[in-house]
Design a protein around this ligand. Structure first.
Ligand code: MV4
Length: 449
């Protein structure tokens, strides 16, 4: 039963989840830090409770405080949003042990995907194409490490099993650097993730970051809902995402998508999930699976014509998916610009009072945000203040709408990355589509030169 959902998050995603609950006639409970007392999610929810001071360790990451709020408010489900506790397997287990519904996969599934070696092993076994390399931790014996690395070839990349999202990785270009690089990466893995297991893969030099959205119910049904391209990023922070990934044969994407959906069925996956791939020279290579709703889910919603948060709640309460793969049709093209309170050149955070706020509108334009004029962006959390999402019949139409929408958008009082977005929509390579993960950093390096 899901009659009252506690939203264990803040900002635009808390607002997004509250909207979905309202559509379903489900009650909502917000939790917030002292710094977010007058935030939009607090005002929108049926009830709101303060769970602690501004620092996330003492509020949005305080599992006991969140579970206590669920108990006193009679919430019967918890939506974790993204970030914070969304991929914390122990939290998912504690929620279920308290007799509540965790809106997401089981703790056991999250543990498999949280360990990047076990994730890759499980996905390779399920028929998902992976980066060449052993799906095992590297041994201690230096001679065996050198032999394994020779088999993979150089350049290769060392990755911490407990890492992910760009943390705990190191490129190695030659054998002479291998053992020192392994020692350093192991030590980082131990100190950052409490896990010194390291694996090696062939290093792809110019990949695109392409992901496949999936959703699965508890009746053995799983669907793939199209692709997204998230290559436009800087230091693992995505800037613009789009759906579908441009310039890739639809049949090739469908083939990989089917593999992802089949993998979900074979491991008994439940909820929404994302298979992350590197795409290089016409091939897909699985790297990680995210077991949460992602920031960029709206571009999939716009192209698939589905409400992913509604579907998340429906499958969490035990309903069968209301559609089959043959009913999934991805139409047109969508872009999402992440609007951040940050300096457009240095990317340094720029919190403070928003004095003017004008968002774009019109056909195919959507804004997901918790901000507005008079809102003070707190300095304690990530700098995302909203997302501008556009949809059009073709990539060209969507890009024209995005350019026009960025022209209408006004945010004053703080620095934002709007100037960067306006520049990117006029970038020739981005206009063509299919830039690799290094494009933005190359562009910024060109400015400095
Ligand atoms: C790689 C790679 C090249 N070759 N793996 C970074 C995030 C993490 N999810 C995986 N990452 C990478 N793995 C191999 N075998 C390059 C990256 C990478 C990257 C990937 C996706 C998006 C942005 C990136 C930025 C730098 C490096």
């Amino acid at each position: 039963m899901v009659t009252r959902v506690l939203i264990a998050n803040r900002g635009e995603i808390a607002v997004r989840v509250i909207r979905a609950c309202r559509l379903l006639g489900i009650g909502t409970v917000a939790v917030h830090s002292q710094a977010d007392a007058d935030s939009a999610h607090v005002l929108m929810a049926d009830q709101a409770l303060c769970i602690g001071p501004a620092p996330v360790r003492k509020s949005y990451l305080d599992q006991a405080a969140i579970l206590a709020v669920a108990e006193v408010t009679g919430a019967d489900a918890i939506h974790p949003g993204y970030g914070f506790l969304s991929e914390n397997a122990d939290f998912a287990d504690r929620v279920e042990a308290a007799g509540l519904t965790f809106i997401g996969p089981t703790g056991a599934t999250m543990r498999i995907m949280g360990d990047k070696i076990s994730a890759k092993r499980a996905m390779r076994a399920a028929g998902v194409p992976c980066v060449p390399g052993l799906d095992e931790g590297l041994p201690d014996d230096p001679a065996r490490v050198v032999a394994i690395a020779r088999d993979i070839g150089y350049p290769l990349i060392l990755k911490a099993a407990g890492g992910g999202g760009g943390r705990g990785m190191r490129r190695v270009d030659r054998e002479a650097d291998l053992l020192d690089a392994l020692a350093v990466t192991r030590e980082e893995g131990r100190s950052a993730f409490g896990n010194g297991e390291i694996y090696a893969e062939r290093f792809l030099t110019h990949p695109r970051h392409v992901e496949i959205q999936v959703i699965a119910d508890t009746h053995g049904n799983a669907l793939w809902l199209g692709s997204r391209d998230c290559s436009l990023q800087r230091r693992h922070q995505k800037v613009i995402e789009e759906a579908p990934a441009p310039g890739i044969d639809a049949a090739k994407i469908a083939e990989v998508g089917e593999r992802c959906a089949q993998a979900c069925r074979s491991i008994g996956y439940r909820g929404v999930g994302t298979f992350e791939f590197l795409y290089e020279d016409g091939s897909f290579y699985f790297i990680e699976m995210n077991t949460r709703l992602q920031v960029e889910h709206p571009v999939t919603e716009m192209t698939a014509g589905l409400d992913l948060v509604e579907l998340q709640i429906r499958v969490a309460r035990g309903e069968a998916l209301p559609l089959a793969q043959a009913d999934v049709a991805c139409r047109g093209h969508a872009f999402e610009c992440r609007l951040n309170a940050e300096d457009p050149e240095t990317f340094a955070p720029s919190p403070g009072l928003i004095t003017a706020w004008q968002m774009a509108g019109g056909p195919g334009v959507r804004v997901d945000s918790h901000a507005g004029a008079g809102y003070r962006v707190p300095p304690y959390y990530d700098s995302l203040i909203g997302k501008l999402i556009v949809h059009g019949a073709t990539r060209e139409d969507a890009l024209a709408r995005l350019r026009a929408a960025l022209g209408e958008t006004v945010v004053e009082g703080i620095r934002t990355n709007l100037p960067l977005h306006r520049r990117l929509v006029d970038d020739a390579a981005f206009g063509t589509g299919g830039v690799d993960i290094h494009h933005l950093e190359r562009m910024m390096a060109g400015d400095a030169a």
